[in-house]
Design a protein around this ligand. Structure first.
Ligand code: UGA
Length: 367
């Protein structure tokens, strides 16, 4: 029993983390290794973030693709009590430009993992996405004809429908693959006895998220890293279509705490969908840019940062054709509260202070 969780059903002895070098994966693996006696087998085809614990005596790293290392994966799954599947391409800049890779990583590669878990009786904790909801119902109906209450924007774990756009909106390739993976997992549970939990993350942020273009990677990362790159390099912050889309943000430390609670409760979380987010931390993207800019000016002790412009950019120019966007994502949190006894407490400002504070230390002004 650990302090964060007074009522664990039982702790697993060994957990497989697929995608252990990713943003969520490396934070989770590190936290799991802090639990006495727990063994972690991490899989990834990259090894950029695991340096801090790669040599830990209870950590085994498989530097491999889950699609090519199938027999080893089968052995690891059979010897473990739980698999956490975080292996996925989840960056919106890829959904239209690398659609086939996105569908492969978010659906095709999931199927063998599901099968191996079902065959071994190993619990599968699958990280899906808040993006399965697409856009809110209110965003699809003409406002002058149908007046839906604002509460209808809250995305219920078990009741809210999935509303994606047409085929020409290639943005939704990822959401569609995630939806199908959820249905596959649910079907294996009902027809073949798979024990599963589906987790939908709602915009986790924190240290080590994505990459900074030109420093640790190339391309367009998610919004936090885009804005960090602009702030560090003193460039304008770009607001896609004016930055009116709204998001709720959750600090990665709170997300990992909830994921550990899920692993500690294999029975009560089985065949349940759990949203991990913070409904109180909502902002539009313009507001996010303004908050990050002022926190960064304070951290760097430089008021001139407050003058960095916020520029609206058409989405077609920023992401290419086929981009569409979720207008709003407020997580319904009833399952996380009831099953995990988990409620996030860090405000948006605290979450950003912690996150930007880390970037300030890792990327000093004069490198
Ligand atoms: C992404 C993934 O598609 C989801 O699966 C994932 O769950 C989610 O991130 C997450 O982190 O949880 P999204 O929130 O749209 O979804 O990703 P971002 O790239 O972070 O974009 C957020 C908003 O910021 C969008 O409206 C985007 O257009 C905007 N944006 C992005 C900007 O205005 N400027 C930028 O420089 C980058």
């Amino acid at each position: 029993m650990n302090e964060s969780n007074p009522f664990p059903e039982h702790l697993p002895g060994r957990v497989v983390v697929l995608g252990c070098d990713g943003f969520i994966g490396h934070h989770l693996a590190r936290s799991l290794l802090a639990i006495p006696d727990l063994e972690v087998v991490g899989w990834d085809r990259c090894r950029t973030r695991i340096g801090g614990f790669e040599s830990h005596p209870r950590f085994t790293f498989r530097f491999a693709d889950i699609a090519s290392g199938r027999s080893q994966l089968g052995e690891d799954v059979a010897r473990s009590q739980a698999v956490v599947n975080l292996a996925a391409l989840c960056n919106p800049s890829l959904y239209g430009s690398h659609t086939l890779d996105v569908i492969r990583s978010n659906f095709t590669d999931v199927e063998p993992v599901v099968r191996l878990c079902a065959e071994s009786g190993t619990k599968l904790v699958h990280l899906s996405s808040c993006e399965v909801f697409g856009r809110t119902l209110r965003s699809w109906v003409p406002r002058d004809r149908v007046a839906l209450p604002e509460e209808s924007d809250i995305l219920d774990e078990d009741l809210t429908p999935f509303l994606l756009g047409p085929l020409s909106s290639t943005r939704w390739s990822y959401a569609c693959a995630k939806q199908l993976a959820e249905r596959l997992i649910e079907g294996w549970g009902r027809e073949r006895g798979l024990a599963w939990t589906i987790v939908r993350p709602f915009n986790f942020i924190g240290p080590g998220m994505d990459y900074l273009p030109g420093r640790d990677g190339e391309g367009v990362p998610r919004v936090l890293a885009c804005f960090m790159k602009a702030l560090i390099d003193r460039e304008p912050l770009q607001l896609v279509d004016g930055g009116t889309a709204r998001r709720t943000f959750l600090h990665i430390s709170e997300a990992v705490e909830a994921l550990v609670r899920i692993l500690e409760r294999p029975e009560s979380t089985s065949r349940r969908v759990i949203h991990l987010g913070n409904a109180a931390n909502e902002t539009d993207i313009r507001g996010l840019a303004m908050s990050m800019r002022s926190i960064w000016a304070r951290l760097r002790k430089d008021a001139s940062i407050l003058e960095l412009p916020l520029l609206s950019v058409p989405s077609e120019e920023f992401y290419g054709p086929g981009y569409d966007d979720s207008d709003r994502r407020i997580p319904g949190m009833k399952n996380a509260h009831a099953i995990l006894g988990w409620t996030p407490i860090l405000s948006l400002e605290e979450t950003l202070n912690l996150t930007l504070g880390d970037y300030h230390l890792r990327y000093p002004e004069f490198e």
